[in-house]
Design a protein around this ligand. Structure first.
Ligand code: C5P
Length: 249
């Protein structure tokens, strides 16, 4: 049975906390999912996990009932990306990432494929998130690959393009939140990694922001990995962050 109009709507997410499960271990991912299901809004599974365990691994984690952010950062010709989006839609991820630098046709193909496949398979439509400039790239790296714009200009250019191609949101760094919120208003979801609660280590993140500060600046969702996954008790760590946010609400 199909009921496109209703079912194509994105899943509602109960908490702004998205825990990044950066592990190739299915056991570890399942353990984390079991401990976090009642606390976080979604779990982010990336390329490392997906290339190791594929759709079945995602199903195993999703079985705990927590929404999935599938961070595959797709980037290829439009037809191939549309096919990849269609292939993962039956897994019903709440979020799926594509590289905005893939261009207009690719971004539009991804958005359209998500809508169409969700309707065809009768599942909630994944929110397509555009990745602009990887924070691992600096001015020199961008120059080397022929992108001579300042990183922030490049972010602007790519986010405008992504918005134009009907993506649902953007992945952005903490220092871009206010700028992008000002530029796009409430129309795009802003999903932000590089978040550190005040009591944890920044690890290798160079520019971090606290969870409350990120939400205050205009973030919709906070991607938090190691402060939860590397804690002695990940469930307690996630609860502590959720409590911090509830105090601010
Ligand atoms: O452990 P940590 O909280 O630093 O994890 C952040 C997550 O967000 C990781 O999965 C990382 O790959 C991802 N990410 C990031 N910076 C970006 C984009 C994604 O840290 N600019």
């Amino acid at each position: 049975m199909r009921n496109g109009a209703e079912r194509m709507e994105p899943q509602s997410i109960s908490s702004p906390i998205i825990c990044a499960i950066d592990t190739p271990s299915l056991d570890a991912a399942e353990r984390l999912a079991g401990g976090l299901v009642d606390i976080v809004g979604a779990l982010k599974l990336g390329l490392e996990f997906f290339t190791a365990h594929g759709p079945e691994g995602v199903r195993r984690v999703a079985r705990f009932g927590v929404p999935i952010f599938l961070d595959l950062k797709l980037h290829d010709i439009p037809n191939t990306v549309a096919g990849a989006v269609r292939a993962v839609v039956p897994l019903a991820p709440a979020f799926l990432t594509v590289h905005a630098s893939g261009g207009r046709a690719m971004l539009s193909a991804a958005s359209e494929a998500a809508r169409r496949a969700a309707d065809d398979f009768g599942v909630a439509r994944p929110q397509i998130l555009g990745v602009t400039v990887l924070t691992s790239l600096d001015d020199g790296d961008l120059h080397e690959i022929g992108q001579d714009a300042e990183p922030l200009h490049q972010v602007d250019r790519l986010s405008t393009l992504a918005a134009d191609c009907q993506v649902d949101g953007l992945v952005c760094s903490p220092h871009e939140i206010a700028h992008l919120r000002g530029r796009f208003g409430p129309s795009l979801r802003l999903v932000v990694p590089g978040i550190r609660p005040p009591w944890t280590d920044p690890d290798d993140q160079k520019r971090v922001l606290g969870p409350r500060e990120a939400l205050a600046a205009g973030a919709d969702f906070l991607v938090i990995g190691r402060p939860i996954t590397r804690a002695t008790d990940p469930t307690a760590a996630a609860r502590r962050i959720a409590y911090l946010l509830s105090e601010a609400a």
